[in-house]
Unconditional design. Structure first.
Lengths: 226, 226
DNA sequence: ACGGCGATGTCACCGGTTTGTCACAAACCC
DNA sequence: GGGTTTGTGACAAACCGGTGACATCGCCGT
């Protein structure tokens, strides 16, 4: 239930300081010393937030930020920048690239923790994306409405929920078991193959928009944006 | 359909940053570099919201805020303040003057966008209430009156409240549990199927206007405008 | 106090829709 | 080519919402 945070910094001392304080605050902490490691861990561990030093060897922090944002699997993970000596421009560029906040070094650990909590809080509020749009496909959760090029598509309750869960977790593959847990809620009384049937019905009704629904053989299903 | 937002700041860089992010978020953006221009554009373009820097040359932000509030044409436009270095006092004064929210510089553009959306949402929420009209159907909340083509429809207290809650949340599906919570208030002593019965009675009495009441199978009920 | 009345909550039933399952065909991977 | 995984069509059971009937309750006037 603890939230994972990935700390990326090449100075071991700095990592330790941050790590200690984050654990103190009840987070689970991973760390990476360079860009390559950071990207790998971000993709595999899918942390709730990434603390990223701007000054890194080889690839610099901004570049990592860009790469994280480009990969759909990590694009939505909030990033808090750590800058050693921040000219105003750096800040702005960092934020434009999609960092969610920044702290200048030397920093007070307390401030960092507060900012991290703040960003996570914001994320939770924003995560309940009300209306999702992918090209011509519109998914409106509160209205329980799906449309393709403005034309409504009639879905049953389960079909809608299945689509919604997949779209909300877009990019990431969902196993049949996961889907059973998240869509059907009371689990495992149901055959996993039932998911297949519902996927078929969903694809039938979506028509051309079914291109967003991707089968990953041996694993499960996935919603793709493009 | 896009909402217009007026950004007032004398620093071109700041304007650009805000403008970029707001456009990204789907808003139409106007800008003004000083108070005079801001007042003029506010009056002519009537934006949905104004982002206002407190520190402006010549007239300062607070003064502009006051002037905007004094003019009936602009008095009800929400204002989000931008303060470079906010002593607590400044904030309070800003809010006392009728600013609807504030963000301190340097700020995360994401946060600004979120706050703006939030303020707009609040505005929309406040705008409803009082008297609702949908085609020939009139719902007068304070007077507890409903009419169809000018002819009054007699509703019981529960029926009225049910209709009102649905109409206020028009478009969005309400589950039976939600309705029980919001209409019956102290909940769960009551069977959720009771909602159905009241819906039936409501539909009976509304006659042709019942077309606004939509059933979403497996989920709940929804008020539709058209 | 009493009886009547409207309002409200509950129930059982019905018809239509949704949904889970199965058997089989097709696709895919080694 | 064989074994595994996924897509498909059909079907019966379960579910869900609409409906009419009924019990209860509180209010009111007599």
């Amino acid at each position: 239930m603890k939230e994972k945070i990935l700390v990326v910094d090449d100075e071991a001392e700095a990592v330790e300081l941050v790590e200690f304080n984050l654990r103190q605050a009840g987070f689970e902490v991973l760390s990476a010393a360079d860009g390559a490691e950071a990207l790998k861990k971000a993709r595999t561990a899918l942390p709730s937030l990434i603390v990223l030093d701007l000054m890194l060897p080889e690839i610099d922090g901004l570049e990592i930020c860009r790469m994280l944002r480009r990969d759909p699997a990590t694009a939505r993970i909030p990033i808090v920048m750590l800058t050693a000596k921040a000219a105003e421009m750096d800040r702005i560029i960092g934020l434009e690239l999609g960092a969610d906040d920044y702290v200048t070094k030397p920093f007070s650990p307390r401030e960092l923790v507060l900012r991290i909590k703040n960003v996570l809080q914001r994320g939770r509020a924003a995560a309940e994306a009300e209306v999702l749009k992918f090209g011509d496909l519109l998914i409106d959760a509160p209205r329980h409405l799906v449309s393709w090029r403005g034309k409504a598509i009639e879905l049953t309750a389960t079909e809608f929920k299945l689509l919604l869960v997949l779209a909300q977790r877009r990019g990431r593959v969902q196993s049949r078991d996961q889907l059973l847990r998240d869509v059907w809620e009371y689990n495992s009384l149901i055959d996993t193959r039932t998911v297949d049937t519902h996927m078929r019905r969903l694809r039938d009704k979506l028509g051309p928009a079914a291109k967003h629904l991707d089968t990953v053989r041996g694993v499960g299903y996935r919603f793709i944006e493009a």
